[in-house]
Design a protein around this ligand. Structure first.
Ligand SMILES: Cc1c2[nH]c(c1CCC(=O)O)Cc1[nH]c(c(CCC(=O)O)c1C)Cc1[nH]c(c(CCC(=O)O)c1C)Cc1[nH]c(c(CCC(=O)O)c1C)C2
Length: 367
């Protein structure tokens, strides 16, 4: 990871490097844990910030982005922070408008309807210039964290971003986006390739700005057939891992990279060959099957059903115990299988985090 910020100022020394060691396959005294959407609407202090500030204003203001990034770390003994931002800032950077509509989520007033619409996008934009605010938020947050835990940077995967740009928001079928893959395969590849190039630049910029780990969210992977996955997702994911790693190598920096291809069970074996260090799993896959298919090289992350957090304290602890037994305590990062929901209670995160630490410590001591 970068030792100094872009102005040359040294970053504070890292105190808790547990998650980086797990990512590199080194021994850990207990299992590191963080939670997808750990900063979010389930926290009253987050809702307070949001009541006063529009969603993208929080993303664009480094002090606000830092504040909400740190909120869950003040409450829970988490082993990583994830910068507050959104995957949809990339569509914004290429010229698409995205509004965060209360009760509905992200909405694009104008979507890509046909390949000629690609001409209206600035696919050669200067991503650093367009998204400097996110890079500034990373630098500011890494300094403010003061070495407590590593800071995770992220982006959406090319297929997931393409899907949002065509669907204009969430969709249960993704049928408009999938139609492009069958109707306009060449134009789909042009869009995916352009996004891939931007994402490689953006992820390298994030590390230079202070990110100590990277996660790529292919949240809509599972809606693809295995064949479409192989044609339209896998090659670009591989290109991202290779492009980012070689770009960073030239700068003498190495950071662990995580791929979260939600619901892509059929693709675990292939994902393990892409160059990503960590595969993040949703809750529908059995841990032992995932380990069998991924092999021993990669670290696994996941995969408690987020809804398990609606259970009692005892139930959460029992579910964590089962999860740890199945994953083991090494080459493993505990997380949920997807993000927190807004109606969840903050205490359940406390129970989850403490259970991971306590049981994995006990397991290590008795082995
Ligand atoms: C808290 C939050 C975020 N985005 C959105 C919200 C809720 C909106 C609000 O505050 O009003 C809108 C927001 N942004 C998006 C959605 C999903 C929309 C949908 O498809 O229905 C929503 C509600 C799009 C999005 N955005 C993201 C993904 C990938 C992960 C996933 O699969 O959930 C996706 C798909 C990534 C994301 N998004 C966010 C983070 C950082 C916070 C953290 O994790 O602690 C991250 C990593 C932050």
């Amino acid at each position: 990871m970068a030792a100094v910020d872009p102005s040359g100022k040294p970053f504070p020394p890292l105190i808790n490097d547990l998650i980086l060691r797990a990512a590199r396959g080194e021994k850990t005294e207990h299992v590191p844990v963080w939670v997808m959407r750990q900063a979010g609407r389930y926290l009253p202090e987050f809702r307070e910030v949001r009541a006063e500030n529009e969603f993208f204003k929080v993303c664009r203001t480094p002090e606000l982005a830092c504040e909400v990034t740190l909120q869950p770390l003040r409450r829970f003994d988490l082993d990583a922070a994830i910068i507050f931002s959104d995957i949809l800032i990339i569509p914004q950077a290429v010229g698409m408008e995205v509004q965060m509509v209360p009760g509905k989520g992200p909405t694009f007033p104008q979507v890509l309807k046909e390949p000629s619409d690609l001409q209206h996008l600035n696919l050669n934009c200067n991503v650093k210039e367009e998204l400097q605010y996110m890079l500034d938020a990373l630098t500011f947050t890494r300094h403010t964290l003061n070495g407590k835990v590593p800071l995770i940077g992220f982006c959406g995967g090319p297929w997931t971003l393409m899907a949002y740009m065509i669907e204009g928001g969430g969709s249960s079928t993704q049928s408009k986006a999938k139609a492009w893959l069958y109707k306009y395969p060449e134009d789909s590849h042009i869009l995916l390739k352009s996004l891939t190039k931007l994402l490689i630049e953006f992820l390298i910029d994030q590390v230079v700005a202070g990110a100590q780990m990277l996660q790529v969210f292919e949240s809509h992977a599972g809606i693809l057939t295995p064949e479409c996955f192989k044609t339209f997702l896998l090659p670009y994911i591989k290109e991202i891992a290779e492009g980012v790693k070689s770009g960073l190598k030239r700068l003498n920096i190495d950071v662990p990279m995580t791929i979260f291809a939600k619901d892509a069970h059929y693709g675990i074996e292939e994902l393990a060959t892409t160059g990503f260090d960590i595969i993040s799993l949703d809750w529908t896959i059995k841990p032992m099957r995932a380990r069998h298919e991924a092999g021993q090289k990669v670290t696994l992350q996941g995969n408690l059903d987020p809804c398990a957090l609606y259970g009692s304290e005892n139930d959460i602890q029992d579910n964590v115990k089962k999860m740890l037994k199945n994953f083991g305590t090494q080459k493993y990062i505990a997380n949920l299988g997807h993000g927190m929901y807004p109606d969840m209670c903050p205490e359940s995160v406390q129970t989850f985090v403490n259970a991971v630490h306590n049981y994995s410590k006990l397991m290590n001591e008795s082995s």
